[in-house]
Design a protein around this ligand. Structure first.
Ligand code: LLP
Length: 419
């Protein structure tokens, strides 16, 4: 459920016509609904009320400071993947005791920064990383809390680029070898083993892959406990899918019930790392049609948002629904490619899509763009990144300004200026 809906023929975000936002901040622009973000977090969090738990928002999905602050105020922690993400989280006051740090390539500097910040735990992805964390922590006279990310070898049945729990994946430590690595971790004095972590992929629309992998992980927890390793945190990862088109993912309550069934008797704190499910349908990308164009084979809508603004269609062939910001009666549907201004054939937001015939100057809303939208955007083709707007009821807050041309060259010098 989200708060983007038509009133009459105009698309609204909560109480605000989307057309008004476009006229105030220009296009392209990301628009998020405060009520939807809040609702999604609360529903997800409450679904796990029966067990001690911590929801660590996977901020790679949406790293805007206002979004982070909103979730933090509701009690969320963060799943971070880089020093930069940790910086953003701390900047808005997310308590470090609610931050977990994953990722297969943590650097020495990032590890030191996270230790200094006293985060809850590192989700460790390899034996070498474990030893580096030990080395950095002992150098600082500290103990690092660690969980090992195990790779349960489960098929998440999602796009191969966003599937992470198979043997072939670069992520985590093979579940068969995990006991050995836990023993190694216990022998390193500057490490405190506190948990276990898994994350099998993203946009998963069935409960079963989560249950299968968590059963394997829970089995490992039992074995580890028999050997005297205390596992206080079971981090289940993220990955719950959303509806982009006609997917029917489990509701958070069903998801939670299935997972709780697997881990309840273990008595550990359950850590969750949802990203997409909290923010995906809480955001849209608003874009303006620049030109309509016909080639012998195709109809095109050339819009002012490109693959630098929303990479998902180009990168994964992802489907995002596209809606007119103002519906006009009696317009026939036309099959079009919605393409951006970038000099790449892969620059499209939709292919062969039936949309009501549109005119240059009209606005379109690219739906379900709140996750991995702005956070994956770039300056390709020297395009300033789009602003981000949060709507609260009838108010519009620009929470990130549109980049300027000067932003594009910040930090750069020609050789003449350097010497
Ligand atoms: N935890 C870890 C360790 C992760 O790597 C991820 C996502 C999440 C949690 C959150 O997953 P979610 O709940 O959002 O599915 N750019 C792709 C998705 C990449 C996901 C990367 N990891 C996309 O646009 O579909």
């Amino acid at each position: 459920m989200h708060h983007f809906h038509y009133r009459g023929d105009d698309l609204y975000c909560e109480e605000v016509p989307v057309a008004r936002i476009a006229s105030e901040v220009g296009t392209p622009a990301y628009v998020y609904s405060h009520a939807t973000l809040t609702r999604h977090f609360r529903i997800f969090d409450q679904a796990f009320a029966a067990v001690p738990h911590l929801v660590c928002f996977a901020m790679k999905a949406n790293a805007n400071l206002a979004v982070l602050k909103l979730f933090s105020d509701l009690g969320a922690g963060l799943d971070v993947i880089s020093g930069g993400e940790l910086f953003r989280g701390l900047k808005v006051g997310v308590p470090p005791q609610r931050i977990v740090f994953a990722g297969p390539g943590k650097t020495r500097e990032e590890i030191g920064y996270a230790l200094k910040s006293d985060i809850l735990m590192f989700n460790v992805e390899s034996g070498q990383e474990l030893r580096l964390i030990h080395e950095v922590a002992s150098g600082m006279g500290m103990r690092a809390r660690v969980a090992l990310r195990v790779n349960p070898d489960v098929d998440a049945k999602t796009h191969p680029y966003i599937s992470t729990g198979l043997k072939q994946s670069k992520f985590g430590i093979d579940i068969e070898r995990a006991v050995e690595e836990y023993e190694a971790a216990k022998s390193l004095a500057a490490l405190e083993v506190v948990g276990i972590h898994q994350h099998i992929g993203s946009q998963i629309t069935k409960v079963q892959p989560f249950v299968d992998s968590l059963e394997k992980t829970a089995g490992l927890v039992r074995r580890l406990r028999e050997q005297g390793t205390d596992i206080r945190y079971i981090d289940v990862g993220g990955g719950l899918g959303i509806t982009y088109k006609d997917e029917e993912p489990p509701l958070p309550a069903e998801f939670a019930q299935a997972l709780i069934g697997v881990v309840r008797d273990l008595g550990a704190t359950v850590v969750l790392e949802p990203g997409r499910v909290l923010v995906g349908n809480a955001g849209i990308l608003v874009t303006r049609i620049l030109y309509t164009k016909q080639s012998p084979a195709k109809n095109f809508l050339v819009v002012d948002a490109g693959m630098n603004d929303l990479a998902r269609p180009s990168l994964y062939g992802s489907y995002h629904a596209i809606r007119p910001v103002r519906r006009v009666a009696d317009r026939p549907d036309v099959t079009v490619d919605v393409v951006g201004p970038i000099c790449e054939s892969g620059d499209f937001l939709a292919k062969d899509r039936a949309l009501p015939r549109c005119q240059p100057g009209e606005l379109l809303a690219v739906m379900s763009a709140g996750a991995y939208g702005h956070s994956m955007s770039s300056n390709y083709n020297a395009r300033p990144r789009a602003p981000e707007v949060v709507v609260c009821g009838d108010r519009i807050h620009v929470v990130r300004a549109r980049e300027t041309f000067d932003d594009l060259i910040r930090g750069e010098r020609t050789l003449d200026e350097v010497t």
